[in-house]
Design a protein around this ligand. Structure first.
Ligand code: HEC
Length: 205
């Protein structure tokens, strides 16, 4: 009689300990490696610099467009996790964005939103105006050799020539920020970099 009570008590205590260890993780939950985050999607872009080439009205228009179109939400380090680095606005994100299914492949392909400041080594200093415009409106990667991943180019495809030129002028006017980003990670390769997933999913039935 006494023995049975003790056993029941022990099992109860063991279950409590196990419960505390595993908290809310359901065995086999494919999302147990992930947690929800609230990204910063609206933020001021840096003031335009004084440009020898472009009129102040044009760079001011570019700043307005960049804020409106939310470029900084991806292209500023920390913004994807809700903590944008105010000292390096638009200078690229070391937090990556996955673009393959995390539930099917354990290690998804990851890209890192580029440093958009005109730094020659780590930014877009050596990318021509024409190529920048093609990246923004068409998702054309450098030298046209690949399509940019994740960039919401479908939403930007109809930006007018005047507006895309203003964006490029604005980006050119910014002080160059040296900020080296990790290289893109191919699908299937384990990476130490932090990354997020985007997505809206529909039920199959
Ligand atoms: C949803 C996230 C996201 C938003 C919003 C976004 N981008 Fe990007 N962008 C990316 C990613 C990711 C890459 C790198 C893709 C790759 O390497 O395949 C990229 C690449 C680029 C490139 C190519 C740079 C290079 O290294 O050659 C330019 C230019 C660019 N973005 C400009 C912009 C501008 C301007 C805006 C706002 C109008 C913007 N992006 C908004 C995610 C984003």
């Amino acid at each position: 009689m006494h023995l049975r009570v003790l056993t029941t008590f022990l099992i109860g205590a063991l279950l409590m300990v196990l419960n505390a260890c595993s908290s809310t993780v359901v065995p086999g939950d494919p999302l147990d490696q992930f947690e929800p985050v609230v990204a910063t999607t609206v933020m001021a872009a840096p003031e335009p610099g004084v440009s020898a080439v472009y009129a102040p009205e044009m760079t001011a228009r570019g700043k307005y467009m960049v804020e409106l179109l939310g470029c900084g939400a991806c292209h500023t380090n920390g913004a994807l996790l809700g903590e944008p680095d105010a000292a390096r606005l638009l200078a690229g994100s070391r937090i990556g964005i996955a673009h393959s299914n995390p539930l099917q492949v354990k290690y998804p392909a990851i890209v890192f939103p580029s440093n958009l400041t005109p730094d020659d080594k780590t930014g877009v200093g050596l990318v021509s105006d024409k190529m920048l415009a093609a990246a923004i409106r068409g998702g054309v990667g450098r030298h046209g050799s690949r399509v940019l991943k994740v960039m919401p180019v479908a939403a930007y495809a109809n930006i007018s020539d005047a507006d895309v030129d203003a964006i490029v002028a604005y980006l050119r006017s910014l002080p160059p920020v040296e900020h080296l980003l990790p290289a893109a990670v191919p699908e299937g390769r384990e990476s130490d970099e932090l990354y997020v997933h985007f997505g809206v999913y529909r039920s199959r039935e």
